[in-house]
Structure formats: structure tokens, C-alpha cells
Design a protein around this ligand. Sequence first.
Ligand SMILES: NC(=O)c1ccc[n+]([C@@H]2O[C@H](COP(=O)([O-])OP(=O)(O)OC[C@H]3O[C@@H](n4cnc5c(N)ncnc54)[C@H](O)[C@@H]3O)[C@@H](O)[C@H]2O)c1
Length: 244
Amino acid sequence: MLKVGIVGFGFMGRTHYKCWKALDGAEIVAICDANPNIEEDTKRAVGNIGDPNETVDFGGLKLYSDFDKMLAEETLDAVSITLPTYLHPDISVKALSAGLNVMCEKPMALTAKACAPMIEAAKRSGKVLQIGHCVRFWPEYAKAKELLDSGKYGRVLAATFQRLGSPPTWSIDNWFLDEKRSGGVALDLHIHDTDYVQYLFGMPRAVCSFGSKTPGGGLAHIVTQYLYDDGKVVTAEGGWAMMP
Ligand SMILES: NC(=O)c1ccc[n+]([C@@H]2O[C@H](COP(=O)([O-])OP(=O)(O)OC[C@H]3O[C@@H](n4cnc5c(N)ncnc54)[C@H](O)[C@@H]3O)[C@@H](O)[C@H]2O)c1
């Protein structure tokens, strides 16, 4: 039985909780969250995917507010890292260095430079580091990949991806709206399509993005073109300024 800890028990922590609970070979034993009212706050419905009526049974779970303490006191095999993005590298490196497998939410980190120590720590430890790029596993997207790989409809001439919505405002101190901590619309939202485009078509030869900013200076909308040698035209668009 895989003993699992979840670090960061906001919206995605609860989504991971539900996923781990559905697996026969895994048991969630500990949760770490800096919020001292996590048990009470978990009753509030938040987030943009999943089931808001999902309940969490805290009985039998060890609760921590400090990750180092959790690492020192628990014997874990794996952790879900569902923390605000700017915290992913430090905590992932610590967990991998302690010999744990890591399932870390997307985006991996805020810069490619910050990803490097995570990859190094995974190589050093020989443990799994998986990033939560969930879209490629969603049934419609998986089917599109299967059809495309089969060649049934011939070669792709053009592909367009759109992910438009309102800004995420469920986090406790609104860290999502702080680009320095979340990466903003480019890294938090648009990255889903970046991952999927690369999964479908492989690494592009070149990428070019344009964005428009809000009066406050943050990126509100982004359009990216992916250039491939076979001449197909691939465009993805992401926006957080599309109010419901
Ligand atoms: N795969 C997806 O589709 C998807 C969807 C939403 C969010 N995400 C990603 O998941 C990650 C978490 O997002 P979220 O929506 O769950 O955010 P959230 O704000 O709902 O939850 C973050 C939790 O981390 C806790 N926390 C903050 N600092 C901490 C620390 N130092 N130690 C322990 N706990 C701490 C907070 O108290 C909070 O409960 C982000 O990287 C986000 O981009 C992915």
C-alpha cells in the first residue's frame, strides 16, 4: 500500500484527495497546509473543476502546518504537491531528496531555471516526478490524440485551441492574481494548451506569443502560434478576462 501525503489542501489538494481515495493501492495518511482552519475551510466549495459537494474525512489523517515536520515524522512513499506555484520547486526538491515520489501540480515552476533543480533531484533520487498536466488525460483529449496518431483522417492542416474564462479568485489571499506567485494567465491557464499541443504534435520549431494587458499591468489574454516544419498552422488562445 502506497502511503501518501498531500501538501497544500486548497482546491487542488482536495481534488488529489479524491483521486488518491479512488485508488486501491494508495492510502492518504497525512495532510500539510499552512492554514490552521483547514478542516473548517474545507467545507467551502471552491475551484473550477471537480465536485464541490465532495466531503473529506479528516479522521485518521495526521494534520501538519509545516512540511519539514511532516517529512520528519511520517513514513511516506509519495506526496501530492498542490501548493501555490511559487512553492513547487523547494517542496518538490525536498520531497524527492527524502526519497519520495512526487506528483506536483502544474505549472511545474515559474521559470525554466526553477524547474532544473526539480529535474536534477528526480534524477538523483531515481523517484518519479510527475507534473499535473491533466488535460491530456481527459477522455475527449485522449481520443483526439488517438485519432490523430492513427492517421485515420489524414494529416493535420490546422489546429486551434481556446481556453477562456474569468480570473481564478478562490485562493485564500488571491495569490493566483499575483503573477509573481502564479505566473498569471500564461503559466497558470495557457500552459494547459502548451502541454497538449506539444503532446499532440511534438516539439515545435518555434513559438511566438502575443498578449494584452489589463489597466493594472497584468497579462489578461494571450495568443500563441506554434511553427512546425510540415507547415501546419497551430494557434492557442488563453484568457482570464472573459467574465461569465
Ligand atoms: N491541473 C489543474 O487543472 C489545476 C487547476 C487549479 C489549480 N492548479 C494548480 O494547483 C496548485 C494549487 O492551486 P489551488 O487552486 O489548489 O490553490 P489554493 O489556493 O486553493 O490552495 C493552496 C493551498 O496551499 C496552502 N499553502 C500555502 N502556502 C503553504 C505552505 N507554505 N505550506 C503548506 N500549505 C500552504 C494554502 O493554505 C491553500 O490551502 C497551483 O499550482 C495551481 O496552478 C491546477
